[in-house]
Design a protein around this ligand. Structure first.
Ligand SMILES: *[C@@H]1O[C@H](CO)[C@@H](O)[C@H](O)[C@H]1NC(C)=O
Ligand SMILES: *[C@@H]1O[C@H](CO)[C@@H](O)[C@H](O)[C@H]1NC(C)=O
Length: 218
């Protein structure tokens, strides 16, 4: 979900008048969230559009959460805090859409998968060894049933821009071609490739802690 905000600032002096427009977009990174970044400012606001205006007018404001007539504005630091967010009543969290957010590589700390083929446990996907040969003993592998999945957990809820996947390469590359990417149970990307991949980034843009890939191959 995107909020597009067009701010029209009309200024006039006694002689000249001019208009300037600023185009700022916000996107929903988490709907009905039970936590929110620490607010730098809390202001009354009718709706999310109202909060977007308040945020857009403050250079350090990175986003806001909207809850029952309240806009809670936060900065980038609070949003990306490694200590996580503070608990909150259910609210929607929005951030600015910016081209160059500072990015850090997130680490998946633990994992699980729907089933295990042989000794190819989920942890082999995050063992730091990027060998894509199945027989190199560093690929995770499930059995071959409908809707098999692999899931990794981040240390703290974080904004996931994209997920990099290393596919098996010794054979069977087309086994992982149609899949769903989810963060905390909500789909952030449905991938349906015509050509199999080796290593690729799949965009996600969602906030959460559990990152899951569900194979949709039938
Ligand atoms: C994937 O795309 C093909 C067409 O390219 C379509 O026929 C098929 O239904 C799609 N599968 C899924 C699961 O979306
Ligand atoms: C994924 O994105 C990162 C950051 O933009 C880039 O450095 C990396 O080369 C990309 N990987 C692939 C396989 O495209």
């Amino acid at each position: 979900m995107k909020l597009i905000l067009l701010l029209l600032l009309l200024c006039s002096t006694w002689e000249v008048s001019f208009a300037m427009s600023i185009h700022i977009q916000f996107m929903a990174v988490k709907l009905r969230s039970n936590s929110t970044p620490f607010a730098m400012e809390t202001l009354p606001g009718r709706d999310s559009m109202n909060c977007a205006t308040l945020c857009a007018l403050r250079p350090t404001c990175f986003g806001f959460s909207w809850l029952q007539g309240l806009c809670r504005l936060f900065d980038w630091l609070a949003f990306s805090s490694t200590d996580g967010w503070q608990a909150s009543e259910s609210c929607d969290v929005y951030t600015r859409i910016v081209d160059s957010q500072p990015q850090t590589q997130l680490k998946l700390e633990s994992c699980s998968q729907s089933s295990t083929h042989g000794s190819n446990v989920c942890g082999r996907a995050i063992d730091g060894n990027r060998n894509q040969d199945y027989y190199g003993d560093s690929c995770a592998h499930t059995e071959n049933n409908p809707f098999e999945w692999w899931e990794g957990q981040l240390a703290a809820p974080s904004f996931v821009s994209y997920v990099t996947i290393y596919n098996r390469q010794d054979c069977c590359t087309n086994w992982l071609k149609i899949f769903s990417l989810q963060v905390d149970g909500v789909e952030c990307n449905r991938v349906n490739l015509t050509v199999p991949f080796s290593v690729a980034n799949f965009s996600c843009n969602a906030f959460g802690r559990q990152v899951r890939v569900t194979n949709l191959r039938t």
